[in-house]
Design a protein around this ligand. Structure first.
Ligand code: ATP
Length: 304
């Protein structure tokens, strides 16, 4: 598998507290990798370690095939927006980017208008960044992260506090960069619903630990609307379903089948099963919303 980042038991301890606890995640080239967790779950800590802004207490990670001290030579391939973007409020968007170019030794200043265009700030002219809306500041933050042509861009809560329009703009910017320039993204958020509109892969983090790593398909399947059918003979039940022309189903354990089509036909299904000598032990339509799924995994509704 073509991973550009794999972390292995990555841990950061502050005092006696593991802010990140043995986290192992895998990010492939081209992923939009969503890191989801409540406030204080350890997302920023993990992202800081990956970006080289915090040293791990234990564990390591492999970045573009390099690990240990060797990673230093590929760190420049990461662009980051972690916590507040380092924006000079008295300078325009272009001037902010120019300073970043100087800091990073990027001589080709023609990248500045291109990046401003990409993030939708081409028309801001001399307007001082301090006067930007929150969404514009976030987009300028992303623009700053793009200086130096990174292959991997790490964005910590890029949609936090944005209005719906601002969220859409950030999402479109990320999708464009991912599709057109092949940039891999790691994005953190505490709102799964928002991440789900864009991320191709997910890591769910809770209390510093990785709870689950899954693909978009796996997540959608877990949360999709379905009939949950329990019978006394799964094999025979599958034969009956096939005969009924139902093929979109999955056997999940010894007595449970999930059916993803003809959700209104529960009555017909139990009748046909009975006709074929299969006893229905339970049948229900389930539709776990994404947010509920995530809350269940991370233990309830409170955000404490
Ligand atoms: P948020 O979105 O609120 O920042 P998060 O998931 O990014 O949440 P972290 O910022 O990584 O969480 O924090 C994880 C835990 O580590 C928290 O309990 C936090 O208080 C603690 N922590 C983070 N940085 C430090 C630090 N420099 N010193 C001590 N404790 C820290």
């Amino acid at each position: 598998m073509d991973y550009i980042l794999t972390t292995s038991g990555l841990t950061k301890t502050y005092g006696k507290h593991n802010a990140a606890d043995q986290i192992s995640i895998n990010v492939r080239q081209g992923d939009i990798y969503g890191l989801i967790g409540r406030n204080g779950a350890g997302k920023t800590t993990l992202l800081k370690m990956i970006s080289g802004l915090a040293a791990p207490s234990s564990g390591d990670f492999t970045l573009f095939g390099f690990k240990g001290k060797e990673k230093a030579q590929v760190m420049h391939r990461i662009g980051t927006l972690i916590e507040a973007p380092g924006i000079y409020p008295d300078l325009s968007a272009a001037e902010n980017l120019r300073l970043k170019c100087i800091a990073m030794g990027v001589r080709d200043k023609t990248v500045i208008p291109k990046i401003l265009e990409t993030v939708g700030l081409a028309d801001t002219g001399k307007k001082r960044a301090g006067k930007f809306s929150l969404g514009m500041k976030q987009r300028l933050g992303i623009a700053l992260a793009l200086i130096g042509e990174p292959d991997l861009v790490i964005l910590d809560e890029p949609i936090n506090g944005l209005d719906p329009q601002g969220i859409v703009e950030i999402r479109e910017t990320i999708e464009k960069l991912n599709k057109e320039q092949g940039i891999t993204f790691i994005i953190s958020s505490h709102i799964l619903e928002e991440l789900s509109k864009i991320a191709t892969n997910y890591a769910i983090i809770h209390n510093g630990a990785l709870v689950q790593e899954l693909t978009r398909e796996e997540l959608l399947q877990k949360c999709s609307e379905r009939i949950e059918l329990k019978t006394d003979d799964t094999a025979k039940a599958c034969t009956v379903l096939e005969k009924m022309g139902i093929h979109e189903y999955k056997v999940v354990d010894n007595d449970t089948i999930q059916i993803f089509e003809r959700l209104q036909d529960g009555g017909d299904i139990t009748m046909k099963l009975a006709e074929n000598g299969v006893k229905t032990l339970g049948i229900s339509v389930r539709n776990e919303a994404l947010e509920d799924y995530y809350l269940n995994l991370t233990g309830g509704n409170s955000n404490a």
